[in-house]
Design a protein around this ligand. Structure first.
Ligand SMILES: NC(=O)c1ccc[n+]([C@@H]2O[C@H](COP(=O)([O-])OP(=O)(O)OC[C@H]3O[C@@H](n4cnc5c(N)ncnc54)[C@H](O)[C@@H]3O)[C@@H](O)[C@H]2O)c1
Length: 253
């Protein structure tokens, strides 16, 4: 028996990084996974590797009409929705003086509005089935500040509080839907790699990041995917509205 046997999952940002590894782990543990992303080429290729356990649909999380049609299609194909992993996101390195209003709005449109739309329409669909688990990717940057992460900090902090509000609304309404946020530190993905490669001395930048982690390593996508499987599974039926930190000890300092 897999840990999420027979469950239906929708994962955003599934073409890369954490969303991709979460899709693989959920499928391995018995779920059928609707992998979604704006990167259609990668998403389709990765979904094909999982055979009958996964399918791919294009979903731009900033577009409400995409959410409505992709959720409708997912339920049509898989007959349910038990797990929603809101992993799609972006980072922008800029302090409060550097960032333009346009960039500020774009980061919030993806990281915050996209997660809000997922929660809003995920709840609407899941409540018909009487149960569900929504897992929102925030970050340690939703808990602690960084001088050059103005919009990222703001959007991830907001995802943390949105998660609590969704969890409490669902509990109060008796929907059987749980909602939790995950807060990873540096995780080895294309997102982190592009930040490291943009530094004047990438190897020095990598070592600087590692030095900030008490466990002295960068996390793997599997470190995060295992937590996602836990929150998606019935092992966590009493866990809602909480923030799961996965950071090698960073915020303990
Ligand atoms: N990698 C890290 O160090 C780290 C740490 C903490 C939190 N996170 C968070 O984890 C999540 C996943 O990050 P990752 O490192 O796997 O990044 P990634 O860049 O590897 O993957 C992100 C995916 O999101 C997709 N995406 C971007 N905009 C989208 C949109 N509008 N609609 C749909 N898909 C879109 C991209 O195409 C990409 O496939 C993000 O929310 C990120 O903020 C990452």
């Amino acid at each position: 028996m897999g840990r999420v046997d027979g469950k239906i999952a929708l994962v955003t940002g599934a073409a890369s990084g954490i969303g991709l590894q979460a899709s693989l782990r959920l499928a391995e543990e018995g779920a059928r996974v609707m992998m979604t992303d704006i990167n259609v080429e990668n998403g389709k290729k990765e979904a094909e590797k999982l055979g009958r356990n996964a399918e791919f649909l294009k979903l731009d999380i900033t577009l409400e009409e995409d959410w409505i049609s992709v959720l409708r299609e997912t339920v049509k194909r898989f007959q349910s929705l038990d797990i929603l992993v809101n992993s799609a996101g972006m980072v922008l390195i800029a302090d409060v003086e550097q960032i333009s209003l346009e960039d500020w709005r774009h980061v919030h449109a993806v990281n915050l509005d996209g997660t809000f739309l997922g929660c809003k329409h995920g709840v609407r669909v899941m409540k018909e089935f009487g149960a569900g688990s929504i897992i929102n990717l925030s970050s340690v940057s939703g808990l602690i500040g960084g001088f050059n992460l103005a919009a990222y900090n703001s959007s991830k902090g907001a995802v943390r509080m949105l998660t609590k509000s969704v969890a409490l609304h669902c509990a109060r309404s008796g929907y059987g839907i749980r909602c939790n946020s995950i807060h990873p530190t540096f995780i080895e993905t294309p997102m982190l790699d592009s930040m490291i490669q943009d530094a004047p001395d990438p190897e020095k930048a990598r070592q600087t990041l590692i030095r900030q982690v008490p466990l002295k390593r960068i996390g793997t996508t599997d470190d995060v995917a295992k937590m996602i499987v836990y929150l998606a599974s019935d092992e966590s039926t009493f866990v809602t509205g909480t923030e799961m930190v996965i950071d090698g000890g960073v915020v303990a300092q």
